[in-house]
Design a protein around this ligand. Structure first.
Ligand code: DX5
Ligand code: ZN
Length: 223
């Protein structure tokens, strides 16, 4: 059960400069960041490879931010314990990768983290309905998972209005991931989204992560 009073921006380190990661994380904190989104990819469930628990353990030493691990991997059940031991506060899994979705959610919670499910653009939001009482968080992908810097797909939200009352009733935090930037956030006001993942809109050459965070946070809160 997660209570969020105002929309949050969760920067994804996928687009960060890993040669100065500590500095970049300090900058997002300066800009008001509270949650760091960690995109774990195995080159199998998605056609890209990133990092695993070793890097998360190092990041855990760098910051007190809430660490949210988005597991884009096959057979996550095998690795959940190591991600939580490394310091993940939240673990998000794709239902199709779980042996039993209920068991996976339970495993995450028993190990002391918050548990969430992720829905891809080619999946129906209805796949999470049986688990609303067991999950803390729903992450809707607004791009095909695998890479940062893709364009936002507005159609993934077509069926969301019907689900919102159920999410509210079950106190499930609603998050969106992919193509979030200063142009797309304003269209999401009043959508019921509590947390916006942003990678390339936070870590880029145009401005510092702190300034990019501030700009996104200002736009996330309806005027
Ligand atoms: C995509 C990842 C996203 C990605 C978002 O598979 O799950 O978290 O980093 O990147 P942007 O914000 O650049 O679309
Ligand atoms: Zn992600």
């Amino acid at each position: 059960m997660i209570e969020v009073k105002r929309p949050q921006i969760a920067p994804s380190v996928l687009s960060a400069d890993f040669s100065r990661l500590g500095e970049q994380i300090q900058s997002v904190v300066q800009g008001g960041g509270e949650v760091l989104h960690l995109d774990v990819m195995d080159g199998h469930y998605v056609p890209n490879l990133t990092f695993g628990p070793l890097l998360i353990k190092a990041i855990r030493k760098m910051t007190d931010m809430v660490l949210e691990s988005h597991l884009m991997i096959s057979e996550p059940d095998k690795y959940i314990e190591s991600f939580i031991k490394a310091g993940s506060d939240i673990v998000l899994v794709h239902p199709s990768t779980c042996g039993s979705v209920s068991d996976t959610l339970q495993q995450i919670k028993t190990l002391g983290a918050r548990a969430g499910l992720v829905v891809n653009p080619d999946e129906s939001l209805s796949i999470v309905e049986p688990f609303l009482k067991e999950m803390d968080q729903l992450l809707i992908m607004s791009v095909v998972p695998g890479f940062g810097g893709q364009s936002f797909m507005p159609e993934v939200l077509n069926d969301l209005p019907d689900l919102i009352p159920e999410l509210v009733k079950n106190r499930v935090l609603l998050e969106i991931d992919g193509g979030i930037n200063v142009d797309t956030i304003p269209s999401l006001h009043h959508s019921g989204i509590n947390r916006f993942v942003a990678g390339s809109a936070v870590f880029n050459k145009h401005d510092s992560p702190a300034n990019n965070m501030k700009a996104l946070l200002n736009l996330a809160i309806p005027a």
